[in-house]
Design a binder for this molecule. Structure first.
Ligand code: BES
Ligand code: ZN
Length: 880
C-alpha cells in the first residue's frame, strides 16, 4: 500500500541523456530563513539523441519560483512539476535555462544537499544530493563547467568557498558580501560543493613534481586549528605518493578541506573542496588513538586520490560506483602499506573484509560489486562495492604485477581523462596495456557471493610429485544461483618437514621457478603438479590473501601450529593463528551444545605463547596473531547461531590462554609499559598495540590486582591509545575502577564531542548485562545528540553492530530498541537510519527464537507508514 513509489532502477535500462549541460552558473543567496538558488544552464541536445525535445530535470525538497528559457518566463502550463522532476517539452537543439527556487538549509536534517552544521553552511551532493539544491540533470554522465556566486551576511559567514578558484569577491550593502568561484574542469553535479560560515584556516603549500605551487588549506572552527597538523602532513604525503607510485599530479592551484561535525559519511572528494567528518581531520596525542591517526591519513589520501580516480575519470552511472570506490580504496590501501607496515595493513584489510563483506555476501543484501539494480543508490555504498571492489582491483595487480598494473592505469587515464566510463573500460585498459586476455575478470563484476575453493593434496612419494587439486564453487545469492567460474589467482607455497619453503617446479619446463606460485584457477576443477618434491610437504595456501575467496583444506591442529611457527609468509603465519582459533572455538561450541566439557590443550596454549615470546617478530604482528576472530566471525560459520554461547566460548578460550600465558603476558606488558615519548611511527604503534593486547588478555582474569593495573594505565597514560585501551578493558568488568575511570574521562572531555564519541562507544560495547539499559539512559546525556551521525554511530551503531551478546539479548529487547530508534530517525535522516537497520538483516543466521523476534521487528518497520525508500529497500530485501 505504502511504498507504491519505490522504483527499481536497472543497469540494463541505461540511456544516454537527451541533453548535455555545457556550463552551469549557480547563484546562491544565503539568508537566515531560506536560501534562494538560481541556476543558469546552457543545454544542448546530445549528439546520440537527435530526436529529443523533452528534458526531465531532477529536483526535490525545494519550492520552484520561476523557470525561464532563453530569458522568457514560462507559465505553469508549459512545464510539469512533480515531487521529483521538472519536465520541459518542445525544446530546441540548444537553449539557456534559468531556474529559481527556494530551499531551507536550516531545516535540512538529512545532511544531504545544502545544510547547516554548527551554524556553518555546507553541501553533500554525492550521490544524488544536488537535486535538493536546484533542478538539474543530476547524473554523473552529465559533466559541466561550474561557476558559483554566493552572497551571505559577512559577519556570520566571513568565509565563502566553492570548487576551483576564487575569481571575484567583494562587499555588498547591508553587511553582506559575495564571492565567485570558477572550476575550470568539467565535472558531474555530485562533485559540486559550497561552504559558507565562520571558519578558521590552516594553510600550507605543496610543490608538485612539475614545479607548480599548490596552496593547501584546512578550514575548521577556531578551537580546532591546533589539531590539524597531522591532516595537513597526511595530505602532503598523499600528494607525493601519488606522484611517485602512479605519476599523478594535482591539477588546480588550491586544495581545500573543510571539517564539519555533522556528516553522514567519512569524507567527500568534491573537486578542490573536500568536506570531511571532523573525526577524520582532528588529531592530537591526548584526543586521538593510533587507529585515528592512521585512519585520518588513509581517508585524506583516499579523497585526494579520487581527484584522478573518480573526478578526472568519473562513473557513467551509479552502477559503476566500484569503478571509482574500489579502485580508490585499493590506492589508499597501498598508500598505507607503503608508508607503514605492508603485512599489518594487509592483515587489517582482510580482517575487515572477512568480518563485514563476507557477511554481507552471505546475507539477503548480497550484490555484485557492480549491482544490476537498486531502489536507493545510497544503500550501495557498501563493503562489497568498496572492499571487495578493492580486492578485485588487487586481482589485476596480482595477475599483471606492479609494472603491468601501472601500464594499465596509464592507459586508463590516457583513454578516459575527462570522461564518465564503466568498469568494462577499466578492464579493457588493463587488458590492452598488457596484451592480456582478462575477459574472465568480468564475472567478478557481475556475480555476488564469496567463491569457495576446496583444496586437496596428493603426494606421490615414489615419483616425488605433489598435486594440488582445486574445486571452486559459489553459493547462490539473490541475483543468481548458477555461477560461472571465477578467475582466481591462488598464491601458494609448499613447506618441507623442516618448515622451509621449497622451490616449485612443474613439468612444463619451468623457468620461473620460485618458492611462491600464483596458480591461475579458471575452471570449476583444476590441478597443478609440482615435481622433484623430496618429502611430503604442507601447503601454505592463498598467501597474502591473493583472492577474496574462502578455501578449505583439511589442516589438523598440529598443521596450524606448524604454520604459525614456520610459514615464511607473514600474512599466512597470522592466518594460521586465526584459523586455528576459529577451528577450536567451533569445536568447543559443538562440545558445549552436546553437553561435553570444553577445554584447550597445552600445545595450543604453547603455540600462542610462542608467538607472544617471539622477540624476532615485530610487535604489531604478534599483536595481530593474538587478536582472535570476533564473535560475529564465528557466528558467520555456524547455522542457527546462538550469540550467548559464542560469547561464552570465546571468553573461555581467551581466559584459558590468559591463564596459561600469564607469566609471559606480565613480562611482555612490563617490558613495553615504559615511559616513552609519544610518537606515531610504526614501531611505537606496534609496541602500544602489543602492550594493550596483553592488557586485554590479563583483564579476562578475575583479579582485583588487574583492575588496579588497568586503572593505573588509564591514569598514567600520556596518549589516548593507552587510555582508551585501559578504559575499554575496564568497561567489561563490574568493578569500582570502571565507574571511576568513566567518571574521570567524562569530566575531562565533556566539552570535546569527538572524545565523548569514544566514551559513548566504550559503554555501548560493554559485555556487561545491563548495557542496553545504559545505552537507553545515555541517550539523555547532555553530550548525546540524536541528530548527529557520529553520536548515533557511537552509541546506537556500536550497540547494534558490534555488541552481539547484548544486542541479541534473548528477550529481544535489543531488537525492539533498535527498531524504535530507526523508525524515529528515519523521519529525519534516512541514510543513517538505513545503515543502522542492517543490523536486523542477518536474522536467518540466528537460532529460531531470536530469528523470529528479529523478523517481527523487520515486519513492524515494513508496515510503518511513510518509511523512506532507503530503509524500505533494506527491510524488504531482508524479509524476501
Ligand atoms: N565518495 C565517498 C563519500 C560518499 C559516499 C558520499 C556515499 C556520499 C555517499 C568518499 O570518497 C568515501 O568513499 N568515503 C569513505 C571513506 C573512505 C576512506 C572509504 C566514507 O565516507 O566512509
Ligand atoms: Zn571514495
Amino acid at each position: 500500500m505504502k511504498q507504491g513509489q519505490a522504483q527499481v532502477i536497472r543497469l540494463e535500462e541505461y540511456q544516454v541523456p537527451f541533453y548535455e549541460a555545457e556550463t552551469i552558473h549557480l547563484n546562491v543567496d544565503l539568508n537566515d530563513e531560506s536560501t534562494i538558488v538560481t541556476s543558469t544552464v546552457k543545454y544542448h541536445r546530445h549528439p546520440q539523441q537527435p530526436d529529443a525535445t523533452t528534458l526531465a530535470l531532477h529536483g526535490e525538497s525545494q519550492e520552484l519560483l520561476s523557470v525561464k528559457i532563453d530569458g522568457v518566463l514560462l507559465d505553469e502550463n508549459s512545464y510539469e512539476l512533480d515531487e521529483t522532476h521538472l519536465s520541459l517539452r518542445d525544446l530546441p537543439q540548444a537553449f539557456e535555462l534559468e531556474v529559481q527556487s527556494r530551499i531551507y538549509p536550516q531545516k535540512n536534517t538529512s545532511l544531504e544537499g545544502l545544510y547547516q552544521s554548527s551554524g556553518n553552511y555546507c553541501t553533500q551532493c554525492e550521490a544524488e544530493g544536488f537535486r535538493k539544491i536546484t533542478y538539474f540533470l543530476d547524473r554523473p554522465d552529465v559533466m559541466s563547467i561550474f561557476t558559483t556566486r554566493m552572497t551571505a551576511d559577512k559577519a556570520t559567514n566571513p568565509v565563502l568557498l566553492s570548487n576551483g578558484n576564487c575569481i571575484e569577491k567583494g562587499d555588498l550593502d547591508n553587511g553582506r558580501h559575495f564571492a565567485v568561484w570558477h572550476d575550470p574542469f568539467i565535472k558531474p553535479a555530485y562533485l559540486f560543493a559550497l561552504v559558507a560560515g565562520n571558519l578558521s584556516c590552516v594553510s600550507d603549500e605543496y610543490t608538485t613534481m612539475s614545479g607548480r605551487k599548490v596552496a593547501l588549506e584546512i578550514y575548521t572552527e577556531a578551537h580546532n586549528v591546533s589539531r590539524c597538523d597531522h591532516a595537513m602532513q597526511s595530505l602532503k604525503r598523499a600528494m607525493k605518493w601519488d606522484e611517485e607510485r602512479f605519476g599523478l599530479e594535482y591539477d588546480l592551484d588550491i586544495y581545500m578541506i573543510v571539517a564539519v561535525d555533522d556528516f553522514n559519511m567519512g569524507a567527500m572528494e568534491n573537486k578542490g573542496l573536500n568536506v570531511f567528518n571532523s573525526k577524520l581531520v582532528f588529531a592530537s596525542p591526548d584526543t586521538a588513538t593510533d587507529v585515528d591517526y592512521i585512519n585520518i591519513e588513509a581517508v585524506i589520501g583516499h579523497e585526494y586520490f579520487h581527484n584522478w580516480t573518480g573526478n578526472r575519470v568519473t562513473c557513467r552511472d551509479w552502477f559503476q560506483l566500484s569503478l571509482k570506490e574500489g579502485l580508490t580504496v585499493f590506492r589508499d590501501q597501498e598508500f598505507t602499506a607503503d608508508l607503514h607496515s605492508r603485512p599489518v595493513k594487509r592483515i587489517e584489510d582482510v580482517r575487515m573484509l572477512r568480518t563485514h563483506q563476507f557477511a554481507e555476501d552471505a546475507s539477503p543484501m548480497a550484490h555484485p560489486i557492480r549491482p544490476a539494480s537498486f531502489i536507493e543508490i545510497n544503500n550501495f555504498y557498501t563493503v562489497t562495492v568498496y572492499e571487495k571492489g578493492a580486492e578485485v582491483v588487487r586481482l589485476y595487480h596480482t595477475l599483471l604485477g606492479r609494472e603491468g598494473f601501472r601500464k594499465g592505469m596509464d592507459l586508463y587515464f590516457e583513454r578516459h581523462d575527462g570522461q564518465a566510463v564503466t568498469t568494462e573500460d577499466f578492464l579493457a585498459a588493463m587488458a590492452d596495456a598488457n596484451e592480456a586476455d582478462l575477459s574472465q575478470m568480468q564475472t567478478w563484476y557481475d556475480q555476488a557471493g564469496t567463491p569457495e575453493v576446496a583444496v586437496t593434496m596428493d603426494y606421490d612419494a615414489a615419483n616425488k610429485r605433489c598435486t594440488l587439486n582445486f574445486v571452486q564453487s559459489c553459493p547462490a545469492t539473490p541475483e543468481s544461483d548458477d555461477k560461472a567460474p571465477f578467475l582466481i589467482p591462488f598464491k601458494l607455497s609448499l613447506l618441507n618437514p623442516q618448515g622451509k619453503t621449497i622451490v616449485l617446479k612443474t613439468d612444463d619446463n619451468d623457468i620461473a621457478a620460485d618458492t611462491q606460485r600464483v596458480v591461475k584457477i579458471t575452471e570449476q576443477q583444476q590441478s597443478v603438479t609440482f615435481v622433484d618434491v623430496a618429502e611430503k610437504p604442507l601447503p601454505s595456501l592463498l598467501c597474502d590473501f591473493s583472492a577474496p575467496v574462502k578455501y578449505h583444506f583439511d589442516y589438523s591442529t598440529e598443521d596450524y601450529i606448524f604454520l604459525m611457527q614456520h610459514d615464511s609468509d607473514d600474512f599466512n603465519r597470522w592466518e594460521a593463528s586465526q584459523r586455528l582459533a576459529q577451528q577450536l572455538m567451533l569445536q568447543m561450541l559443538e562440545d558445549r551444545k552436546a553437553g561435553r566439557a570444553i577445554g584447550v590443550s597445552p600445545e595450543v596454549v604453547n603455540a600462542y605463547q610462542q608467538v607472544l615470546d617471539n622477540q624476532d617478530l615485530d610487535h604489531a604482528l604478534r599483536a595481530e596473531a593474538l587478536s582472535l576472530p570476533g564473535e560475529s566471525d564465528i557466528a558467520g560459520e555456524v547455522a542457527e547461531a546462538d550469540p550467548e554461547a559464542i560469547h561464552e566460548v570465546r571468553e573461555f578460550f581467551i581466559r584459558t590462554l590468559a591463564n596459561g600465558m600469564r607469566l609471559s603476558l606480565d613480562a611482555c606488558y612490563d617490558s613495553l609499559n615504559q615511559d616513552e615519548e609519544y610518537a606515531i611511527d610504526a614501531a611505537s604503534m606496534g609496541r602500544r598495540r602489543l602492550k594493550n593486547v596483553c592488557l586485554s588478555y590479563l583483564a579476562s582474569i578475575d583479579d582485583e590486582m588487574i583492575h588496579q593495573q588497568c586503572f593505573a594505565q588509564f591514569e598514567n597514560a600520556n596518549n589516548m591509545t593507552d587510555r582508551l585501551a585501559a578504559l575499554s578493558a575496564l568497561a567489561d568488568i563490574d568493578c569500582p575502577e570502571r565507574t571511576k575511570a568513566l567518571e574521570v574521562f567524562e569530566t575531562q572531555w565533556k566539552d570535546n564531542p569527538l572524545v565523548m564519541d569514544k566514551w559513548f562507544m566504550i559503554q555501548a560495547g560493554s559485555s556487561l548485562p545491563n548495557t542496553l539499559e545504559q545505552v537507553k539512559a545515555l541517550q539523555s546525556h547532555p553530550s548525546f545528540d540524536a541528530n548527529n551521525p557520529n553520536k548515533i554511530r557511537s552509541l546506537i551503531g556500536r550497540f547494534a553492530m558490534a555488541n552481539p551478546v547484548n544486542f541479541h539479548r534473548a528477550d529481544g529487547e535489543g531488537y525492539t530498541f533498535l527498531t524504535d530508534f530507526v523508525i524515529d530517525l528515519d523521519t529525519r535522516n534516512p541514510q543513517v537510519a538505513s545503515r543502522l537497520v542492517r543490523a536486523l538483516a542477518k536474522w536467518r543466521q540466528l537460532e529460531p527464537v531470536r530469528a523470529q523476534l528479529m523478523k517481527a521487528c523487520l515486519e513492524r518497520i515494513h508496515q510503518t507508514n511513510g518509511i523512506s525508500n532507503d530503509v524500505f529497500e533494506i527491510v524488504d530485501k531482508s524479509l524476501s
